[in-house]
Design a protein around this ligand. Structure first.
Ligand code: FAD
Length: 296
């Protein structure tokens, strides 16, 4: 019977970890405990999200700046163009450049909660592809962009969405990071479609270890990631049992990443939600081992 490969037979993959900027002192502690735990795995980069509509601009900057100052990690700053003029966005990017940050995750962002739909700022970058082109003029950044194996929820068609991804790459992005997904075949088919469209930069799967299934189900409905029925079955009856939920989550994500690895995927981006344990365990299963001592 053809099974998954013995884990140690495959070379360890390249990893990246995503954090969000903390809002409170307690969350700050949680983030830095997470950073300290994951740092020895020597990820290719770690990224810090930018709150909807740029609401975390200062906190994102402070977190990224601290990563530069106090760790051996290479940070990437998420930057969105919603609700800001080109000049304002360029200023944020220039500040990152001056701080030694050389990697931006360039995004459009979404309309603020309560507003009907996305409307570009009159003097702003309208879409992520425009932002990528603008960033190219600010500095020689490494630029990652978002990709959607199940199509962005407001795209007029899957083909338009793929064309849009191609535009972002043609504008100068060097990597795409995907929205999370749970159906591995969906991702592998998406890779084939990207290749057929002439997209040759790495398409890195975004992996979300599911520690809170109900929350993920709600969020997935908004961001267009489908949640297969069998996942509901797996988490059935565990609403009040977080310990078992986490074990199930680890098993589930380990299966997903091993299947991807067996199909030639050698780079993974983890949505850590500022908690290290699941990400660390899954990275370990993929073959990652501590390389450097935490600098903190
Ligand atoms: P775009 O690539 O600009 O595409 C947005 C939509 O517009 C798509 O449907 C596209 O097909 C369509 N489109 C593009 N160009 C045109 C055009 N010229 N005419 C008509 N339609 C067009 N959000 C945050 O607020 N902060 C974050 O830190 C953040 N990080 C993320 C990280 C990743 C890896 C991912 C996958 C998403 C992230 N998001 C974040 C969410 C993201 O901002 C939303 O998904 C947003 O709705 C789209 O952003 P985009 O960069 O993909 O937009």
């Amino acid at each position: 019977v053809a099974g998954l490969p013995v884990p140690t037979e495959l070379p360890p993959p390249a990893l990246s970890f995503e954090f969000f900027p903390p809002r409170t002192e307690a969350l700050e502690q949680q983030l830095w405990t997470c950073v300290r735990r994951l740092e020895p795995l020597a990820p290719r980069f770690v990224s810090v999200t930018y709150g909807a509509g740029g609401t975390t601009q200062e906190r994102t900057h402070a977190t990224v700046a601290r990563l530069v100052r106090e760790t051996s990690l290479t940070p990437a700053a998420h930057l969105t163009c919603v609700g800001a003029s080109r000049g304002e966005v360029d200023d944020v990017a220039r500040r990152y450049w001056a701080d030694g940050v050389r990697h931006i995750v360039a995004l459009r962002g979404d309309a603020p909660a309560g507003e009907a739909g996305y409307v570009p700022h009159p003097d702003g970058y309208a879409y992520a592809a425009d932002l990528v082109a603008g960033l190219r003029k600010v500095g020689d950044f490494e630029i990652s962009v978002a990709a959607y194996p199940e199509t962005h929820p407001t795209a007029s068609s899957a083909q338009h969405d793929l064309d849009n991804l191609k535009r972002k790459i043609d504008a100068g992005a060097t990597r795409a990071i995907t929205q999370y997904f749970f159906d591995t075949e969906v991702f592998l088919r998406f890779l084939d479609r990207c290749l057929a469209a002439g997209i040759t930069v790495p398409i890195v799967p975004g992996i979300l270890p599911v520690s809170n299934f109900n929350q993920v189900r709600k969020f997935s409905a908004m961001c267009g990631a489908s949640v297969p029925g069998w996942m509901g079955k797996l988490f059935e009856g565990l609403d009040d049992d977080p310990d078992t939920r986490r074990m199930v989550a680890a098993a589930l994500a380990a299966e997903q990443v091993r299947l991807l690895q067996a199909n030639g995927v050698d780079e993974f981006h983890f949505y850590t939600l500022n908690r290290a344990d699941l990400t660390y365990a899954i990275a370990h299963i993929l073959g990652a081992r501590p390389k450097v001592a935490a600098a903190l």
